[in-house]
Ligand binder design. Structure first.
Ligand SMILES: [Zn+2]
Length: 96
């Protein structure tokens, strides 16, 4: 997952905006804290460290996410990059 923290293209950011607007339950997808409509999609895929079963954090890896920032209050939401189709899925196919 070394290339997971790459920059996003403008086309990818537009597709992310379409995805979020399709999933949003409120018109314009307002901020969850202040209800501002001035939210912006980040320019990079980030890795959020996750805690391993043994209790240690792996700061060299993590889950790939795209931040969406409210420019009024600063609240940050993360959307998983796999769900956005930006990185290959690591979820194994369900057994039949
Ligand atoms: Zn806000």
């Amino acid at each position: 997952m070394a290339d997971a923290t790459r920059n996003l293209t403008e086309e990818e950011r537009s597709k992310i905006a379409e995805f979020i607007n399709e999933k949003a339950t409120l018109p314009g997808d307002p901020c969850l804290v202040c209800r501002s409509l001035d939210t912006r999609i980040g320019h990079n895929i980030l890795l959020v460290p996750v805690r391993a079963p043994g209790g240690e954090y792996n700061f060299g890896g993590g889950q790939p996410v795209v931040p969406v920032v409210c420019h009024n209050c600063g609240f940050v939401r993360y959307f998983h990059a796999e769900r956005l189709g930006l990185v290959p899925s690591t979820i194994p196919p369900e057994e039949e």
